[in-house]
Design a protein around this ligand. Structure first.
Ligand SMILES: NC(=O)c1ccc[n+]([C@@H]2O[C@H](COP(=O)([O-])OP(=O)(O)OC[C@H]3O[C@@H](n4cnc5c(N)ncnc54)[C@H](O)[C@@H]3O)[C@@H](O)[C@H]2O)c1
Length: 206
């Protein structure tokens, strides 16, 4: 399916036709800023219906209103089980959830020991809570729902998680990235979903 977007590829989409993006509901967390709106527009351009799940603060609702009827905004804290469920339920009015894109995150470029002393533990906890727990909190119900969707062209859907290549480079602020990368190495065969990184673009963000 994702091969049609030219963004991600799956084994099965290389073998068969996969799912037509135009028939999919795509949930994009963190869809109000940075990587999120870029993903929203990419999927929208491919014909999908999109649910933007982001914190209630602007500009999530404005972006959705601007992009038209195939996009809805649902105020969502990804660390809340109830709010993530509500965001996925909201997408039902648009169709079947087949794609979940985890872009919600907070970054923390703090060294383990810097001029101000050791890395503040509260800050690390927040990054882990949003970037790791939040990613998993979206991944697991998405895997359940996508796993229940009808199989089309050998696929049911895909889950895309984002984390920095810094996870492998040993940058100063890569703890949560390392954890998210770990999550991506555990696909869920029973649900027939997979987790992928979006390959870094040569001239894009790393
Ligand atoms: N931009 C890059 O080049 C890049 C590269 C690698 C990894 N990342 C990681 O990807 C993630 C997104 O990056 P970005 O540049 O798009 O960041 P960004 O700050 O522009 O956007 C993050 C979005 O996540 C939302 N968000 C934060 N906490 C949330 C929560 N609890 N629930 C729901 N939404 C929440 C924010 O409101 C915001 O809209 C970050 O974790 C970042 O560290 C970014």
């Amino acid at each position: 399916m994702a091969a049609a977007l030219g963004v991600v590829r799956t084994e099965s989409s290389r073998k068969g036709n996969g799912v037509d993006i135009a028939e999919c509901v795509v949930l994009v967390t963190g869809g109000a800023s940075g990587l999120g709106p870029a993903a929203v527009k990419k999927f929208l351009g491919a014909g999908a219906q999109v649910v933007i799940a982001d914190l209630p603060s602007p500009p999530g609702a404005d972006i959705a209103a601007e992009l038209g009827k195939r996009v809805i905004f649902k105020a969502t804290d990804v660390t809340s089980e109830a709010q993530v469920t509500a965001a996925m339920d909201a997408g039902r009015e648009l169709g079947t959830l087949r794609v979940a894109v985890n872009c919600a995150g907070v970054s923390s470029a703090v060294k383990k020991v810097g001029e101000g002393g050791p890395f503040p533990l509260a800050e690390l906890s927040q990054v882990i809570q949003v970037d790791l727990v939040g990613t998993f909190n979206v991944l697991r119900p998405a895997a359940e729902r996508i796993g229940q969707a009808e199989e089309v062209g050998g696929e049911r859907g895909v889950i895309i998680n984002t984390a920095s290549i810094a996870a492998f480079d040993g940058h100063t602020s890569c703890s949560a990235d390392v954890c998210v990368m770990g999550l991506m190495r555990v696909p869920d065969p029973p649900a027939r979903t997979s987790a992928f990184t979006v390959p870094p673009q040569p001239d894009g963000p790393q």
